[in-house]
Design a protein around this ligand. Structure first.
Ligand SMILES: [Zn+2]
Length: 366
C-alpha cells in the first residue's frame, strides 16, 4: 500500500514525482501507480497532502532513556488493584511534586470519532482536538503526547507528562520506529531533555489526573473541535484496505459470470497443500468455466466444436459436468446422485480429486 509512503515521502526524488503527478490535470488513459494512489487518496477524503519528511533533528545515537520514567511498567495490570496503583503512582511522583508541573494526556476512539485531550493536574484543559475517524487510538494518544510536549517546550518550567499509552511510549523508545508523529515528539523531547519527562500511568485505574483527561477526551466527541491531520501509516493502510474490500464486494455483487455461481462471495480460495497441481489446475478451470474443450477454438481461430460425446452445438463446462448424456455413467460413478457442479463451490481435497477422476475416466483434456 503506497498511500502512506506518498503522504510522508522519505525521498526527495519520490516527493518531486508525487508533486508532478498530483498537479496533472489531464487524466491519462493509463494512469501511473502514483496517480492512481493520489486519486484513491482523494476518493477516501484523506485530509493530508504529500510532504517531504525531514530527517530527525536529534542525533539518533543519543539515548533519550532519561526522559522516560516508567516505574509503573513492572506492575502487571491483572495483578494490581487500583488502590495499589494509586499508591505506587503517589510514591513514584513524590520527588517531582515540588519542581515539576504535571500534564495528563489521553486519546479516545469510537466508531464515529477520534479525539484527544491534554490537561494539567488541576483538570484544566491545555489542548483538545479531533483527528480523522480513520485514525486509531494509538494515533490519538500520540497526538495528545505531541500537543503536551509542544506545550511543555514553550515554557521555562519542568514538566512530567503522564500518558496511559504503553504502545506510544514503547514506540518512542524504539529507535527503529520512524513514524513522522513519533519523530516529531522525539525531536521536541531531545531539545528539552532536561525539562520533559514522560511517565506511563495505567488508564482507568482511578489515577485522578488521568481520569480527568479521559473524561475530557470522551466529552470532546460531542463538541466542535480543532482538527489535526496526524496519521500513522497503519491508519491509512487499514482505511484504504477496508474501502477497497468494500468496493470489491460491491463490484462482485453486480458481476455476472459463471464463476460467481461457484464462488458467490468472491473469496480467495485456499487450495489444500497435498492436492496435485494437475488436480488444482483442472478444478480452477472448471470453476471459472474456461477449459480446453470449450474455449481452445478461440485461440486456434476456428469455429466452436460440438460436444464430442453427444454432438450438441453449444458446448459449455456446465454441459460437460451436469448435463451431457454421454457422460452420465462416469458422472454417477464419481459423484453418485449429487450434482457435479455443486462440488466446485468448495476447494477441498475430496472435490479436487473427484474432478481429476472424472477428467481421467472421461478422457477429457481440461
Ligand atoms: Zn455432450
Amino acid at each position: 500500500m503506497l498511500i502512506p509512503k506518498i503522504m510522508h515521502c522519505k525521498s526527495k526524488l519520490l516527493f518531486n514525482i508525487v508533486e508532478r503527478s498530483s498537479q496533472l490535470t489531464m487524466q491519462s488513459k493509463k494512469p501511473s501507480v502514483l496517480s492512481r494512489c493520489i486519486t484513491l487518496a482523494k476518493e477516501l477524503n484523506i485530509i493530508s497532502t504529500p510532504i517531504l519528511m525531514r530527517t530527525p533533528t536529534y542525533p539518533q545515537w543519543v539515548s533519550l532513556k532519561s526522559c522516560f520514567y516508567n516505574k509503573l511498567f513492572c506492575l502487571k495490570k491483572i495483578e494490581t488493584a487500583s488502590v495499589e496503583y494509586i499508591q505506587h503512582y503517589s510514591e513514584a511522583t513524590e520527588p517531582f511534586r515540588a519542581e515539576w508541573d504535571f500534564i495528563l494526556t489521553d486519546g479516545s476512539k469510537s466508531d464515529t470519532s477520534t479525539t484527544f485531550a491534554v490537561t494539567n493536574s488541576d483538570g484544566a484543559t491545555i489542548s483538545v482536538g479531533a483527528l480523522p475517524t480513520y485514525c486509531s487510538a494509538f494515533t490519538a494518544e500520540a497526538a495528545a503526547l505531541h500537543e503536551a510536549v509542544m506545550f511543555a517546550s514553550q515554557t521555562s518550567k519542568k514538566h512530567l507528562i503522564c500518558s496511559d499509552s504503553k504502545s506510544v511510549i514503547e514506540a518512542l523508545q524504539n529507535p527503529k520506529n520512524d513514524m513522522l508523529l513519533i519523530n516529531m515528539i522525539r525531536n521536541i523531547i531531545y531539545e528539552k531533555k532536561d525539562a520533559i519527562k514522560i511517565m506511563w500511568v495505567p488508564g482507568h485505574a482511578g489515577i485522578k489526573g488521568n481520569e480527568v483527561a479521559d473524561e475530557r477526551a470522551n466529552k470532546a466527541r460531542m463538541q466542535p473541535l480543532h482538527f489535526f491531520n496526524h496519521f500513522t501509516p497503519k491508519d491509512l493502510r487499514r482505511y484504504a484496505s477496508n474501502y477497497l474490500a468494500g468496493k470489491l464486494t460491491h463490484d462482485w455483487a453486480a458481476y455476472h459470470h459463471y464463476y460467481k455461481l461457484n464462488n458467490p462471495r468472491g473469496t480467495k480460495p485456499i487450495f489444500p497443500s497435498d492436492s496435485p497441481c494437475r488436480g488444482i489446475r483442472t478444478f480452477v478451470r472448471l470453476r471459472i468455466g474456461h477449459a480446453i474443450p470449450t474455449h481452445s477454438h478461440l485461440l486456434n481461430g476456428v469455429l466452436k466444436p460440438p460436444c464430442s460425446y453427444c454432438n450438441i452445438p453449444d458446448l459449455s463446462v456446465q454441459h460437460l459436468l451436469d448435463e451431457c448424456p454421454g457422460l452420465s455413467q462416469i458422472r454417477t460413478t464419481v459423484f453418485g446422485s449429487s450434482k457435479p457442479s455443486d462440488h466446485l463451490k468448495l476447494a477441498n481435497s475430496d472435490n479436487i480429486n473427484a474432478f481429476l477422476k472424472f477428467q481421467i475416466l472421461a478422457k477429457l483434456n481440461i
